[in-house]
Design a protein. Structure first.
Length: 95
């Protein structure tokens, strides 16, 4: 909040901090439109397959903001306890 000259922490700051911890520091935005389009199709494919497979975790967020080694990310949020995972869920994750 101090970096953004705000007096209170908002959901945006919490979301940014969560993204930073999970996926790494934000990298430089891509300048090439062809690369952006290719990465957008790639991440949309992850989201589409994750949505269509019946035992896959639900999509939480799709972003084209580079973080860490990734040029874009699709995040899935597990709907169940991860200590016991069914065979169907594991097969869906491999897909």
């Amino acid at each position: 909040t101090a970096r953004r000259n705000k007096k209170a922490t908002t959901n945006d700051e919490i979301q940014d901090a969560t993204d930073r911890v999970i996926a790494g520091l934000q990298g430089r935005a891509l300048a090439d439109n062809a690369s952006k389009k290719l990465i957008a199709y790639h991440e949309a494919g992850h989201a589409l397959i994750g949505t269509l497979l019946p035992h896959h975790d639900p999509v939480n967020k799709v972003t084209l903001v580079p973080r860490g080694q990734a040029k874009g990310l699709t995040w899935f949020t597990p709907s169940e306890d991860q200590s016991l995972i069914s065979q169907n869920s594991l097969k869906a994750r491999i897909s």
